[in-house]
Design a protein around this ligand. Structure first.
Ligand code: ACO
Length: 385
């Protein structure tokens, strides 16, 4: 049997691990300035928007390119409201999912079910109406599963709520308090888009094949759930719970690093300075979360940064968005397994904006691979193997 490798007749192509530094698309939507620790949505620094703009204003900015006037905002809000109710067959499908299924998996299934149930709406080339219709239903899919898994019936969305209010209302079945929906709204603003991250790239690759919008977003949900991307915040909560008290921080972190574990909520492919969203979320956590929990989070962050700097000199590892997302979302009343799905509620807007941008000037995304296997084997019939 020959073990010859492929003949090297082709000039080797550059092959950065993990596509680091490769430009995969042009976008006017958002950009991460990694050296400066700056995030921009359509020209606005995230500090310009967080705590000032509503999530719907930011959605309008991303989808349509400018901050809305009052009448444009009212129009978008009514279009979102008109699309919030889930088709009954989608609820029926969510009812069949085992209660111990991770909510991200339920979201992926619910979203895919929406595409199948309502295929006449979502089968065309992706457009803004579809983007709005899908984003409006992300909270409902999650809330329906959240309630069904504990034996409660889904709650129908109520008129007059914004996205953050509607999500909490559909989850808990009670009028949300401002101290909960306001921080959630700022969180949704902060997470709405983030350059060419893994899930956005996934959505754009699927869009580039001229597939439908539900397929693009279902793929993106799958990419987001991994712990190296959006799956980290519940693991941050697990880490803080395992540490338990300030006097255990050093031992716990050193043991984890000795084992070669990654510390969840630290490091980033692009940021080589502090993630600006982490800075904003830290201040939100300081006021919104339980003081003891915040103190433990801060102590853990400070020591983790010192230890990472000592053990990985020159790597420039800083706190990322996920670390204080955990404290903020817990303060809003969400359990750990709803953290990443809540990230998806926000990012659904960024994903669909990228899909619309991709289809407006599309070329199939089809990279190369470097072939490292043999290429000259001959077939042996099964009787002779
Ligand atoms: N803890 C410990 N070491 C780390 C961490 C971390 N959190 N992050 C990076 N490193 C180390 C790596 O071990 C590596 O060291 P080495 O070269 O000595 O082996 C070096 O830093 C570079 O790491 P890479 O894996 O090459 O960095 P990459 O850019 O591929 O990864 C990532 C970025 C995945 C975010 C990484 O920092 C990580 O795993 N962080 C923890 C998980 C996390 O917080 N995920 C959320 C990311 S934010 C988001 O997507 C919304």
């Amino acid at each position: 049997m020959s073990t010859a490798t492929a003949p090297q007749t082709e000039a080797p192509l550059p092959k950065p691990e993990g596509l680091e530094g490769v430009v995969a698309a042009s976008t006017a939507l958002s950009h991460v300035f990694g050296e400066e620790g700056k995030l921009v949505y359509r020209g606005y620094d995230i500090h310009e928007l967080a705590g000032k703009a509503s999530f719907e204003e930011v959605a309008h900015l991303l989808w349509l390119g400018h901050l809305p006037t009052s009448s444009e905002l009212a129009d978008l809000q009514s279009r979102l409201e008109a699309n919030r109710t889930l088709p009954q067959p989608v609820i029926d499908i969510l009812r069949l999912i085992p209660a111990d299924t991770a909510p991200m998996d339920a979201l992926r299934t619910g979203l895919s079910a929406l595409g199948a149930v309502d295929h006449k709406t979502f089968d065309d080339t992706p457009d803004l109406d579809e983007a709005i219709a899908i984003a409006a239903r992300f909270p409902g899919i999650l809330a329906a599963f959240f309630r069904l898994r504990s034996g409660q019936e889904p709650v129908r969305p109520k008129a007059g709520h914004n996205t953050a209010q509607s999500y909490l209302y559909q989850l808990f079945g009670a009028e949300p308090e401002e101290r909960h929906w306001k921080p959630l709204e700022t969180y949704l603003v902060l997470l709405a888009d983030h350059g060419m991250n893994a899930s956005t790239f996934t959505a754009r690759v699927i869009a580039s094949t001229q597939s439908d919008l539900i397929s693009c977003l279902t793929g993106a949900v799958g990419a987001l759930k991994g712990p190296l991307h959006g799956g980290a915040p519940s693991k941050v909560l697990d880490m803080l719970n395992a540490i338990g008290s300030a006097d255990n921080v050093d031992t716990w972190l050193n043991n984890a690093l000795d084992r070669g574990d990654r510390l969840m909520g630290f490091g980033h492919r692009v940021y080589k300075a502090e993630d600006p969203r982490a800075e904003i979320l830290r201040e939100m956590a300081r006021t919104a979360s339980d003081p003891d929990f915040f103190a433990l989070s801060k102590r853990t962050e400070d020591r983790a940064l010192e230890l990472l700097n000592e053990r990985k000199p020159g790597r420039r590892l800083y706190t990322n968005v996920e670390f204080y997302s955990a404290a903020v979302l817990a303060a809003v009343g969400l359990p750990g397994d709803m953290f990443t799905p809540t990230f998806a509620v926000s990012r659904s807007v960024g994903w669909s904006s990228h899909v619309l941008e991709q289809v407006s000037n599309n070329r199939l995304i089809r990279p190369q691979s470097q072939f490292v296997g043999p290429s000259d084997k001959t077939f042996t019939p099964i009787s002779s193997r």
